[in-house]
Design a protein around this ligand. Structure first.
Ligand SMILES: Cc1cc2nc3c(=O)[nH]c(=O)nc-3n(C[C@H](O)[C@H](O)[C@H](O)COP(=O)(O)OP(=O)(O)OC[C@H]3O[C@@H](n4cnc5c(N)ncnc54)[C@H](O)[C@@H]3O)c2cc1C
Ligand code: FES
Length: 286
């Protein structure tokens, strides 16, 4: 029989942990990274998460929003979320003052798959704020796998000022990753690529497609065309993964708010194999 220590009760999906805002950093127009700390020391272990999972951040009087972890800090009291201000909750989060306390439920969702043993090449495709849930994968990969495996990070944004985490690309390159950023609209100071992300996949050096995986998060049209480009390069369908986004309420499969075909994104996702969502993505307005 297992017993639960009196001071460490099991976390229910409705348990809300108090978290304290410790710092904020402006990233791109309307996007900022907030670093929180669990108010209660034991909550760090109770609410531990993995790359690709999300938390429900609760601002009293405003409501809750699903926000992914943009950095996974193991064995740490810290929680890092990167947030785009679009409405009631996210605008309230943007106005929080250092030291203010909000609530957190989570973590929810499946997260990105583990790297398979035979993985040779990981291609990460992030569009706009979609790079946020991918950063923990990039950091995890660079920390553990670079000696024998290849990492390519493809980033897309409307313009160069919208490139998320742009200040980190050089350190990812220094750690061995290939990082290519592309923008829809150029500017005099921009010396990089102009155009859509999937076009970059056509030009990649992919030595062993069968042992290559592609993780994508961002606008659905970007993910779909990236999958098509990957299939054209002989990357198997089963190796292509999308992180999906829909409005959420309960985050535990009860309310149906996040329904996507036969899936609830909060419980079956947010990360899906391309095969499982390909047809659904062709249905307008689903
Ligand atoms: C699994 C998951 C992970 C997410 N991770 C992040 C993240 O890391 N960072 C981040 O900034 N955002 C993330 N989001 C999106 C975020 O949850 C929504 O932007 C947020 O809930 C908006 O809440 P709000 O109260 O500020 O806006 P609201 O007032 O609810 O909405 C403002 C506007 O945005 C639209 N909107 C709200 N939510 C969504 C949605 N999910 N999809 C499409 N349109 C929407 C509304 O229709 C409305 O037009 C994620 C969503 C999901 C499902
Ligand atoms: S958010 Fe309620 S079922 Fe997914």
């Amino acid at each position: 029989m297992t017993t639960t220590p009196a001071n460490d009760p099991p976390v229910s999906a409705w348990t809300t942990a108090p978290i304290v805002l410790r710092s904020t950093k402006a990233e791109t127009p309307g996007v900022f990274t907030a670093e929180f700390e669990f108010k209660c020391e034991q909550d760090a272990a109770r609410f531990a998460s993995r790359p690709g999972q999300f938390n429900m951040l609760y601002c009293p009087g405003y409501g809750e929003s699903a926000i992914s972890l943009s950095r996974v800090c193991e064995n740490s009291q810290r929680l890092v979320h990167t947030i785009r201000s679009v409405g009631d909750v996210t605008n309230r989060l943007a106005r929080l003052k250092i030291g203010e306390i909000i609530g957190l439920r989570g973590p929810f969702g499946n997260g990105w798959p583990d790297f398979p043993d035979d993985l040779q090449h990981l291609i990460v495709v992030g569009g706009g704020i979609g790079l946020a849930p991918l950063r923990p994968v990039i950091e995890q990969f660079l920390a553990s796998h670079m000696a024998t495996r290849e990492l390519t990070v493809l980033v897309g944004a409307r313009s160069c000022e919208h490139l998320l985490f742009a200040g980190e690309y050089q350190s990812w390159r220094d750690s061995g990753a290939t990082v290519i950023a592309t923008v829809d609209r150029s500017a005099p100071e921009w010396k990089g690529e102009v155009g859509v992300v999937p076009a970059l996949i056509d030009r990649l050096n992919i030595r062993d497609p069968a042992e290559t995986q592609l993780f994508a998060c961002g606008p659905e049209i970007m993910m779909s065309y990236s999958a098509t480009a990957a299939l054209d390069r002989d990357i198997p369908r089963d190796n292509i993964w999308f992180s999906m986004e829909r409005h959420m309420n309960c985050a535990i499969g009860h309310c149906g708010r996040c329904q996507f075909g036969s899936h609830f994104i909060c419980t079956s996702g947010p990360v899906f194999r391309y095969n499982d969502v390909q047809q659904l993505l062709t249905i307008h307005g689903l």
